[in-house]
Design a protein around this ligand. Structure first.
Ligand code: 5GP
Ligand code: ZN
Length: 118
C-alpha cells in the first residue's frame, strides 16, 4: 500500500510537510514545491502506485477518485471557471521524477496552445 522510502507516501503520512489543498480517504492534493504556474497542485492517490503502468483492477478505485478530485481542486483553487490543465508524466521519456503516480494540476494563467516542449 505504501513505500516507506517514497517522498509522496511520506507527504500522505504527514512525515514531510506540504501545503495540502484537498484530502479525502483516497486522494490528496498539495502544492508543488516548484510551481510552473500561479496554480500548480499535485493530485495523488493515497496508495503507492509507481506510475500509470501500474494501474490495475485492484487499485483503479483510487485512480477513479483522483479523476473525481480534479473538479474539487479546481473549485478550491478558484479556477473551475477559468480552466486548468492536468498532466501525468509516465516513465523516463516523460521525465517522471517521483515514482508515485501524480497528476500536475496547472492553472491561473493562459497556458498557451502547446502541451509538448522539447
Ligand atoms: P515529475 O517530474 O515526477 O512529473 O514531477 C515531480 C514533481 O514533484 C515536481 O514538479 C517537483 O517540483 C515536485 N516535488 C518533488 N518533491 C516534492 C516535495 O517534497 N514536495 C512537493 N510539494 N513537491 C515536490
Ligand atoms: Zn509512494
Amino acid at each position: 500500500m505504501m513505500d516507506e522510502n517514497c517522498i509522496f507516501c511520506k507527504i500522505i503520512k504527514g512525515e514531510i510537510p506540504s501545503t495540502m489543498v484537498y484530502e479525502d480517504e483516497y486522494v490528496c492534493a498539495f502544492k508543488d514545491l516548484h510551481p510552473v504556474a500561479p496554480v500548480h497542485v499535485l493530485v495523488i492517490p493515497k496508495v503507492h502506485i509507481k506510475s500509470l503502468e501500474e494501474v490495475n483492477e485492484e487499485n483503479a478505485i483510487y485512480v477513479g477518485k483522483v479523476q473525481e478530485a480534479f473538479k474539487k481542486v479546481a473549485q478550491i483553487m478558484g479556477v473551475n471557471e477559468s480552466g486548468y490543465r492536468v498532466i501525468c508524466n509516465c516513465g523516463e521519456d516523460a521525465g517522471q521524477e517521483v515514482k508515485h503516480l501524480h497528476y500536475h494540476f496547472i492553472a491561473g494563467k493562459k497556458l498557451g496552445p502547446k502541451i509538448i516542449h522539447d
